[in-house]
Design a protein around this ligand. Structure first.
Ligand code: NAD
Length: 368
């Protein structure tokens, strides 16, 4: 095992560590036992992750003296709903889990969001830990305590802030990740670098092809850097009333693309990367970004294996999807825009300006 690094998150409500290291999964029982006197653990995973890592994690937790109750959901976003959360709560009650027990999420963002929500509501709240197994989970979703489920009206519309007591991120588990899931995580790495600092962006540019090739030391360093960046952001703003909004960079148009193209046509990461390309272009007019910055970010996304989407979307359909986004306040869409590396701001942009840019963006695709 490489040296595990402990990255501290400190919000108004809680303090906890993100432990990042190759092979750190082997220490999960011991790490959780240091923090918890629970008798039982509800180990929540999905069936794919459970088949790969569930048996090993159960055994490690049991050897640390926990009685393990394992619960599996079907993989994918369609499980992140009210009904599945209810089934998990019923099953935990049926098995007699108590107030002092612990919920552990083993999986990607879906499992983490759902298990966190279950932990926030079971017996009005029990302790919770995260073992993220996707790149997106390790660089983003496991950190910061946003938990929840989707409603028919939209994604993540019901939930709770519930900080974990520990996050255990072992990049070794990422070797089994399918390429679309890898892409989704890479887009979050790129986003973190661009909005974090010139230094992080320089590092990512220098290491983009090694990261795209999943070179282990580079993956480890990327996870550490992103975890440290997100830890800093959520420590400063747990409830997204300020600086945490920066994490939405690229997501405004990204979500609209996913919706208009049909969910699953593009990976979430591919859509976010396209959203970053668009937001950078909008930033040239509405913020202080230079054309050179736009080209620099385009080159980085290309090098990471997140190519520009060439599909010619109907600008009106995207504008309509943007209007239904959560980030619309009083009919005005808020955009995270950038002045340059590490310099971002959140601005309300008039629909007419966005429409002009969508037209220009679509026209550029037509001429490609
Ligand atoms: N809470 C937050 O702050 C936050 C932030 C970003 C995203 N999210 C949420 O995260 C979710 C997406 O998470 P995700 O991208 O991790 O998707 P996911 O949890 O659906 O996992 C993607 C797929 O990868 C599989 N998988 C997971 N780990 C694996 C591994 N090591 N090897 C092989 N296969 C593996 C899963 O079974 C699943 O099929 C969305 O619901 C999104 O809303 C939450």
């Amino acid at each position: 095992m490489t040296d595990a690094r402990h990255i501290r998150v400190a919000t108004d409500d809680a303090e906890y560590d993100i432990v990042v290291g190759e092979g750190v999964l082997d220490s999960c029982g011991h790490l959780l036992r240091e923090l918890s006197t629970a008798e039982r653990i509800a180990l929540i995973t999905d069936t794919s992750v459970g088949d790969m890592y569930g048996h090993k994690v159960s055994a490690l937790l049991a050897s640390a003296g926990f009685e393990v109750h394992a619960f599996s959901i079907a993989p994918g976003e369609s499980s992140k709903n009210w009904a599945v959360a209810g089934e998990l709560l019923e099953a935990m009650a049926h098995e007699g889990l108590e107030r002092g027990d612990l919920v552990v999420a083993l999986g990607g963002g879906v499992v983490g969001d759902l298990a966190g929500f279950v932990a926030a509501t079971y017996l009005r709240g029990v302790a919770f830990a995260q073992i993220p197994t996707t790149l997106l989970g390790q660089v983003d979703s496991s950190i910061g305590g946003k938990t929840g489920v989707d409603l028919r009206a939209g994604k993540n519309l019901a939930g709770a802030f519930k900080q974990p007591i520990l996050v255990i991120s072992d990049p070794e588990v990422l070797v089994t990740l399918p390429s679309a899931e890898w892409q989704s995580g890479l887009a979050e790495v790129a986003k973190s670098a661009v909005i974090s600092s010139e230094e992080f962006l320089d590092w990512l540019e220098a290491n983009a092809s090694a990261l795209a090739d999943r070179e282990p030391a580079t993956v480890l360093e990327a996870v550490r850097r992103c975890a440290a960046f997100k830890a800093g952001v959520v420590s400063a703003d747990e409830r997204e009333s300020g600086v945490r909004e920066c994490l939405n960079f690229g997501h405004t148009l990204g979500h609209a693309i996913e919706k208009v193209a049909g969910y699953g046509v593009y990976s979430h990461g591919h859509a976010v990367a396209e959203g970053m390309r668009f937001a950078a272009r909008l930033s040239v007019e509405c913020a202080q970004a230079s054309v050179a910055f736009v080209a620099r970010q385009d080159a980085l996304l290309d090098a990471l294996g997140l190519p520009a989407i060439t599909e010619r979307f109907e600008p009106d359909a995207l504008a309509e999807a943007l209007r239904s986004d959560k980030k619309v306040r009083s009919g005005v869409t808020r955009w995270v825009l950038v002045d340059g590396p590490g310099m971002w701001r959140c601005l309300a942009v008039a629909d007419s300006t966005v429409a002009e840019h969508l037209e220009a963006w679509a026209a550029a695709k037509r001429s490609e």
